[in-house]
Structure formats: C-alpha cells, structure tokens
Design a protein around this ligand. Structure first.
Ligand code: BJW
Ligand code: ZN
Length: 267
C-alpha cells in the first residue's frame, strides 16, 4: 500500500491530536517550510509560562500599579527608590525562573530558516539564555544599568549600591537600561526591526498585546509589504483581525508543536 503526502499529513494530524498537540493549517506549514525570511516579534507573554508576570494580562504589573508610577522617566525622577525596588524585584524573579519550551522552540526554528530575525520587547534575556543569537532588544534589558551622568553601562553584579540606589564611579546615579514610556527606542535596533519586517515573507507576533508603539507597528509594516502575519496568543488582540493565522493558546505549547509539524512536513 502506498502512503502519499496527503495520507502522511492526515496521520500526522491524528498523531498530534492523540498527543494533545496543537494541529495546524497545512497552508501555514507549507508557507513556513519555504519561507526564506521570517521575522518574529515577542512580548511578555512568551515568558509567562516561565513564571514571569506580563504587564496587562491577569496578574500583570499594570493591573495593580500605574505604568506612569514605574515605567516613565518622570517616575524615576520623582521616586528612584520605588522604581529601583521594582526593577530589583523583577531581576530576582528573572534569576529564579528559566526560559521555557517557547523560547527553546524559537531558538531551534532559527536553524530551519535562511534568514531569521528575532525581535523582542522582553527585557529578561530568556531568548538568549535559550540559545537565540542576535536578538534585537527593542526595550533594553533588565540585567544592565547606565549612569545618568556619563552613560557608562554596568551589569547588575558590578553595581555599587549606597542607601538603596546604585551609583557610577563618576558619582552619577544609575538607571535601569530599559526603555520607558515617552523615551526613544534604540535607533539601530529599531532600524533593524523595521527592515526585517519589510523584508520578511512570514511575520510572527507572539505573546504581545500589540498595544505599545512603535513595536506594535511591525506586524502591520510586514503585512503592508506582502508578508503573512501569524499571531500566537491565548487572547485576541487589536492585531488579531489583521493576522492571516491566529493560533490561539500558550506559546510554550504552540511553538514546539509547530516545530513537530514542520519536521513532519519535511520527512
Ligand atoms: C501569552 C501567554 C502565553 C499571556 N503565550 N501569549 C498615545 C498616548 C500616549 C503615548 C502614546 C500614544 N500612542 C503611542 C504612544 C507612545 C507609547 C505607547 O505606545 N503607548 C501606548 C500604551 C498607547 N510608546 C512609547 O512611549 C515608546 N516610545 C516612543 O514612542 O517614543 C517616541 C519618541 C520619539 C521622539 C522622542 C521621544 C519619544 C516607548 C515604549 C516603551 C515601553 N516600555 C515598557 C517597559 C519596558 C521596561 C520594563 O520591562 O520595565 O515595555 S511598557 C511594557 O509594555 C513593556 C513591554 O515591552 C510593552 C509591551 O507589552 P507586551 O510585551 O505586549 O506585554 P502585555 O502584558 O501587554 O501583553 C502580554 C500578552 O501575552 C497578552 O496579549 C497575553 O494575552 C499574552 N499571553 N500568556 C502567549 N503563555
Ligand atoms: Zn558615570
């Protein structure tokens, strides 16, 4: 008995269902299989299954605190102790948890695509910990700080703290190396991200509420340039109606299942 491609697809879908894995539209898998340039934008949701809170979801930071009190330059000017307390707490959380299957699957996916660009709004460095290379960090990172006076960066471990605040050798106060509301994103990172969105044929928006600009513009730029947009999120977002494929569920389950489906298609 011969086993055609269609039969093998049917078997794969049945197997995935039996294993409790997500099943995918064959057209998406075919598109991913032949995509030479893929761009991915991730948000806090990619690290939710690691145990890190998101910003806007249930249990998210902005559910109990106002963003204006913690994530603006004005908040830092008003109360650097409060802001640093929050960032130290988040640094500890990041150190206590680990990247999850979603981060690992994205690092693996990069090896299957000719040109793969990973753009993140996350500041936890979990993508890099999971093996991703050349990650474009749009909103900075939690690990470093920089001096308000001379701009010199430092890693958390080498910071010198006095009376609850970290200071630079020049005497200047240090701030977290992240991008707050009203601040410009790092120009080179933003340029690379927009270029990747313009040039890709497939764009994934994963674990982001797609509300914060300019990052939220990237999937629209990709779509306008002719790419197909895939969204992975347990909840609908303002991007959902614009996405060709909305894969509803947790990234830590959907991304590994996507890799299995891709491997099955290639065999
Ligand atoms: C899962 C899941 C699972 C759960 N699997 N998914 C109108 C008024 C005022 C301002 C503006 C305005 N329009 C535009 C602006 C500008 C502003 C902005 O966009 N505001 C909007 C909120 C309206 N943007 C800025 O200010 C930016 N700068 C700028 O525009 O500069 C211009 C400028 C030019 C010239 C001179 C000066 C300036 C800067 C934005 C910086 C954002 N910073 C933060 C903090 C970073 C540091 C830190 O981490 O502390 O970035 S805010 C916060 O939001 C953080 C995130 O990166 C960002 C995006 O959030 P994200 O990642 O999408 O997380 P959530 O929580 O929103 O969503 C999680 C999603 O995951 C949900 O959808 C869940 O369903 C999902 N999920 N579990 C998959 N298992
Ligand atoms: Zn300094």
């Amino acid at each position: 008995m011969s086993c055609g491609r269609e039969d093998s697809r049917r078997w794969r879908r049945a197997l995935n269902r039996a294993l409790g894995l997500h099943t995918f539209d064959d057209k998406l898998i075919a598109r991913l299989e032949r995509a030479a340039r893929v761009a991915v934008l991730t948000g806090a949701g990619i690290s939710a299954e690691s145990g890190l809170p998101t910003f806007r979801g249930p249990g998210g930071w902005w559910r109990n605190q106002r963003a204006e009190d913690l994530a603006t330059p004005e908040a830092f000017e008003r109360n650097p102790h409060l802001v640093w307390e929050w960032y130290q707490h988040r640094r500890e959380q990041v150190a206590q948890h680990r990247p999850n299957a979603g981060h690992a699957a994205l690092a693996e996916l990069a090896g299957h695509v000719q040109q793969f660009t990973l753009i993140t709004q996350c500041v936890d460095r979990y993508h890099q910990q999971a093996g991703a290379r050349e990650v474009i960090e749009l909103h900075g990172n939690l690990i470093e700080s920089r001096c308000l006076q001379c701009g010199v960066p430092a890693e958390g471990a080498t910071e010198v703290w006095r009376a609850g605040l970290p200071y630079c050798g020049c005497g200047g106060l240090r701030r977290p190396a992240v991008v707050w509301f009203g601040e410009e994103l790092p120009a080179a990172a933003l340029r690379r991200a927009f270029r990747a969105a313009e040039e890709c044929t497939l764009f994934f928006a994963i674990g982001t509420s797609a509300l914060v600009y300019p990052a939220a513009q990237l999937p629209h730029v990709a779509r306008a340039a002719g790419a197909a947009v895939v969204e992975i999120n347990p909840e609908r977002t303002p991007l959902t109606p614009q996405a060709q494929w909305f894969l509803q569920g947790p990234a830590g389950e959907i991304l590994p299942a996507l890799l299995v489906a891709l491997a099955g298609a290639a065999s």
